[in-house]
Design a protein around this ligand. Structure first.
Ligand SMILES: NC(=O)c1ccc[n+]([C@@H]2O[C@H](COP(=O)([O-])OP(=O)(O)OC[C@H]3O[C@@H](n4cnc5c(N)ncnc54)[C@H](OP(=O)(O)O)[C@@H]3O)[C@@H](O)[C@H]2O)c1
Length: 325
């Protein structure tokens, strides 16, 4: 038996139940992993509250990202062996001491990436990789806006975008978060709870606006985000921390300057194994070189998963949060 955090009915953080489970032997194509660190992400809350239905129904083990050590391999697995250090985005199912993972979704960890770094950066860092390198090709001279710049995705995106030569504008919920975002590569910060972020983006860019806006907030920043984008620029709606954007008339994109809009997810970008490996290699290279540091600002024992969710959803966290099984 191993400890795990399961959801038996959807709801608030209180539905996260710490209990014992049995992990069977790995089947064909599976590896059994002893987990050393588990990432906490907003998407974990979407599954917990039922916004995203868990594919296997109830009950389910929460969590979508982790890192650990292979302890057993199933039939037909050639790429991994006992003792390998691995990380993966595969969920729900990560809030547990041990689990089975499809081998094709795991990647080997380079020696210079720790389990904690990997658990904190696998889902968020791969997301930042596709946002900056694939959804919109950020390069020297790009001006971008990222909402919640001091969050898990935010701090990684600010550093990576600055490393690529972009000018980074970030919204944040407090002065402390503004300082943290600036220390992590954000050139201009906007206190969007007090200031009109659209007016501030116009002022900062001298009216030129942004080439791309990355919006993981959703309901409260839409449609303002569209007014921060230059003609023919791109709106990337990648999350809904404040609630989903309501249905809108697509003609809006015409009136805002023939904008492009996309609602991407990591699952699509990393669906093929060769893409997953290429994205992970790029991520481990920028983290390994020190160009992107992984700020793990909250650590909790696995049994305190509910507190981790409360902190994340009440805007009390910065950078990445992890659970230690
Ligand atoms: N599409 C994808 O592939 C993908 C992958 C990973 C994550 N995401 C999305 O990326 C976003 C960020 O995820 P994360 O895990 O890194 O979280 P996070 O940014 O660390 O936390 C969310 C932040 O959003 C801000 N926020 C604004 N309004 C909020 C509200 N009403 N309730 C709660 N927070 C609010 C808060 O920052 P301030 O106090 O600074 O406002 C809060 O700290 C989420 O929307 C997530 O779903 C998408």
């Amino acid at each position: 038996m191993v400890a795990a955090v399961r959801v038996h009915k959807v709801g608030g953080p209180e539905v996260l139940t710490y209990e014992e489970i049995t992990v069977p032997a790995p089947g064909p194509g599976q590896i059994r992993v002893k987990q050393h660190a588990v990432g906490v992400n907003f998407v974990d809350a979407y599954f917990r509250m039922g916004l995203y239905p868990a594919p296997g129904g109830l009950p389910f083990i929460a969590g979508n990202e982790a890192a650990g050590e292979v302890v057993e391999v199933g039939p037909g697995v050639g790429e991994f062996k006992r003792g390998d250090r691995v990380a993966y985005v595969q969920g729900p199912g990560c809030y547990t001491q041990e689990r089975l993972v499809p081998a094709e979704r795991a990647v080997k960890l380079p020696a210079n990436i720790s389990y904690e770094q990997a658990a904190a950066v696998m889902l968020k860092g791969l997301t930042v990789e596709y946002l900056l390198r694939r959804t919109f090709k950020v390069e020297k001279g790009t001006t971008l806006l990222i909402h919640a710049a001091a969050g898990g995705i935010g701090l990684i995106l600010c550093q990576w975008a600055k490393h690529l030569g972009a000018t980074v504008i970030g919204t944040v919920g407090s002065k402390d978060k503004a300082e943290l975002a600036r220390a992590n590569g954000c050139h201009h910060t906007i206190l969007y709870r007090d200031e009109d972020f659209v007016a501030r983006v116009k002022e900062i860019t001298g009216g030129k606006l942004c080439d791309v806006v990355y919006d993981g907030i959703g309901k409260t920043t839409f449609p303002g985000s569209l007014d921060c984008i230059r003609p023919l620029g791109m709106f990337v709606s990648f999350g809904s921390a404040s609630g989903p954007i309501e249905a809108f008339n697509i003609n809006l994109l015409q009136f805002k300057g023939s904008l492009f809009a996309t609602r991407p997810t990591l699952n699509t970008y990393a669906a093929k194994r060769e893409d997953l490996l290429a994205m992970a290699a790029e991520l481990f290279a920028v983290v390994g070189s020190g160009a992107v540091k992984v700020p793990i600002n909250q650590k909790y024992p696995l049994r305190d998963a509910a507190k981790a969710h409360r902190d994340l959803e009440s805007r009390a966290t910065t950078g990445s949060s992890i659970l230690l099984p």
